[in-house]
Design a protein around this ligand. Structure first.
Ligand SMILES: [Zn+2]
Length: 309
């Protein structure tokens, strides 16, 4: 299974910054050490033209040279630096690469990405560019070169926070279906309308979560016929998360991942996944949740391989 990462280096943040930047390196190290079937590769940065499929040229230029409105930077939550701008582009590039690999191999991943709070002309909540949105539009454009039927994309966003940027970007676009399962009382406090929103109460546990997911996937399948799935496998619904407010156990999170991978597999749908959020009281727990997602994903990668033979 091919897995892409944004950069070799950890973006340095001011001391005491609440974003657990280190999790990306820890995850990559664990995948390299424990899961030999994971083929790690560094992503190319997304180009201006690719970003322009979703983002305004002014916003892209402002992030590139640091001239972006300081209020937008404050909402993003990272101080600007050339490394921050480069990382944001490469994170989009990693989801693009993962989508291309998924369309070829069945399943692939980005070990960053899932930056779903990003809008066409602004970022927010640790999100600079919207990787899933750019990748969805680019895959549609690449697909259209050789095929008559357009590529429809389902974005299944199970990060605990609503995918507000993604919802807004694809409002009125019938070729992309946005599904978001999220905490009703959690950030962002002004939510957008996805094609399907499922709001969960604080403290939601495994069983009601699983039922809500089941119903949501059924409804997605009834309303939409995707050719590609982009899955945001946020670790933040876990009970050990500082920001999540839900109470999914390890088993509950694993059942969630398995349900999504199985849903896509049983329909023959290529799936690319990205990590999205995770803010465990213990950073090791966030990384563990993500390693678990990869372990389940590999079972499906093997099935795709066997089918190809
Ligand atoms: Zn989140």
């Amino acid at each position: 299974m091919r897995v892409f990462y944004a950069t070799q280096y950890v973006l340095s943040l001011p001391q005491g910054h609440r974003f657990p930047m280190e999790k990306y390196r820890l995850l990559r190290d664990r995948l390299a050490a424990e899961l030999p079937e994971v083929e790690l590769g560094q992503a190319e940065p997304a180009t201006d033209g690719e970003l322009a499929l979703v983002h305004s040229p002014a916003y892209v230029a402002g992030i590139q040279d640091g001239s972006v409105d300081p209020r937008i930077l404050r909402e993003i939550g990272f101080p600007w630096s050339p490394a921050m701008a480069d990382r944001a582009r490469r994170s989009v590039g990693a989801t693009i690469s993962a989508c291309r690999a998924a369309l070829r191999d069945g399943i692939a991943a980005n070990i960053a990405g899932g930056t779903h709070h990003s809008y066409p002309d602004k970022g927010g909540g640790f999100c600079v560019f919207n990787d899933a949105a750019v990748a969805a539009r680019l895959m549609q454009a690449e697909w259209a070169r050789t095929r008559r039927r357009p590529l429809q994309v389902a974005i299944v966003d199970l990060d605990v926070h609503q995918g507000n940027g993604t919802a807004r970007i694809f409002q009125g676009d019938p070729s992309v279906f946005t599904l978001s399962l999220h905490g009703e009382k959690n950030f962002p406090f002004r939510k957008e309308a996805s094609d399907l929103d499922v709001e969960l109460p604080d403290g939601c546990t495994d069983e009601p979560y699983q039922q809500a997911l089941e119903r949501a996937l059924d409804e997605l399948a009834a309303r939409f016929d995707p050719g590609l799935v982009i899955y945001l496998a946020g670790a933040d619904p876990h009970e050990g998360d500082r920001l999540g407010r839900l109470k999914l156990s390890w088993d509950g999170l694993e059942a969630r991942d398995r349900r999504v991978f199985d849903w896509a597999w049983s329909r023959g749908l290529p799936l690319a996944f990205a990590m999205a959020g995770g803010y465990g009281h213990r950073i090791e727990d966030t990384v563990q949740a993500q390693v678990n997602t990869f372990r389940v994903a590999l079972q499906y990668a093997r099935r795709w391989q066997n089918r190809a033979r």
